[in-house]
Design a protein around this ligand. Structure first.
Ligand code: HEM
Ligand code: HEM
Length: 193
């Protein structure tokens, strides 16, 4: 099993980051949309946003780790993609990182402008860095727009991945799902030609 990424595909660390975060981001979106509609008398009125903020801050930490891991790993080759697809996937992948970072920062800014820290599952506190009452409203608007934009991008991204897999029958999905192929040494490959 490959720990690190190779030019042939993603190692286990990148694959776990990708799929666990994809599930968590979609779940956070559903939780966010649901919780802002809760009535004051709902038993989840306080606990749902507490969970949303705690998971969100953990995802911020995970995003930074994932970014660092990507930076110190070789990039899987995209030579099998057309120049348009190479450019589009580059923009979409970087778009995800930038929009997710902005989403998480805007979530932090909705939660801290009164100077209150964010309690992460009552384990530890993330302090408020900026005290600016009133910031929660614009930060909330930005947060909502970014959340919808990221889900829109994820739908396009998933459709593109499925098209590569089922229509083009290329290895794009396989290298993110099962990782690099354990390709035999060159001499062995030549023996089988
Ligand atoms: C994967 C990351 C996240 C996603 C997908 C996400 C998504 C959402 C969505 C869809 C809403 C509902 C917006 C609306 O309809 O008004 C929301 C609200 C909210 N989010 Fe997030 N969020 C994320 C991360 C965070 C983080 C890191 C924090 C704070 C630390 C946070 C704090 C909040 C708060 C306080 C609200 C309620 C805003 C209000 O009352 O209007 N979120 N989020
Ligand atoms: C919110 C959900 C998602 C996010 C934020 C996301 C983000 C990303 C990012 C940033 C990459 C670039 C590699 C990396 O840095 O790890 C990537 C690659 C990939 N994603 Fe997603 N993804 C999501 C959901 C999905 C879904 C649902 C599918 C499939 C149905 C999928 C399939 C792939 C594939 C196949 C690659 C490899 C592409 C290549 O090597 O060129 N992703 N994704």
């Amino acid at each position: 099993m490959h720990i690190r990424d190779t030019s042939e595909g993603y190692g286990i660390i990148s694959r776990l980051f990708h799929w666990l975060m994809a599930v968590a981001i979609v779940a956070m979106f559903i939780l966010g949309v649901w919780m802002v509609r809760l009535d004051y008398y709902s038993p989840y009125y306080n606990s749902a946003p507490d969970i949303h903020r705690s998971v969100g801050m953990i995802l911020l930490f995970a995003l930074l780790l994932r970014w660092a891991w990507r930076a110190i790993n070789p990039k899987p080759s995209d030579a099998d993609l057309s120049p348009f697809e190479q450019k589009a996937s580059y923009i979409v992948h970087w778009g995800f990182y930038v929009l997710l970072l902005a989403l998480m920062i805007s979530g932090y800014l909705i939660s801290t402008p009164d100077g209150d820290p964010i309690s992460i599952f009552d384990w530890f506190d993330v302090p408020a860095l900026i005290k600016m009452p009133g910031l929660e409203t614009p930060a909330g608007n930005v947060h909502r727009i970014l959340a919808y934009a990221i889900i829109g991008l994820a739908i396009i991204h998933a459709l593109a991945a499925l098209k590569h897999h089922f229509i083009d029958k290329s290895a794009v999905m396989t290298r993110m799902w099962s990782g690099p192929l354990n390709s035999p040494p060159v001499s062995e490959k030549e023996n089988h030609r």
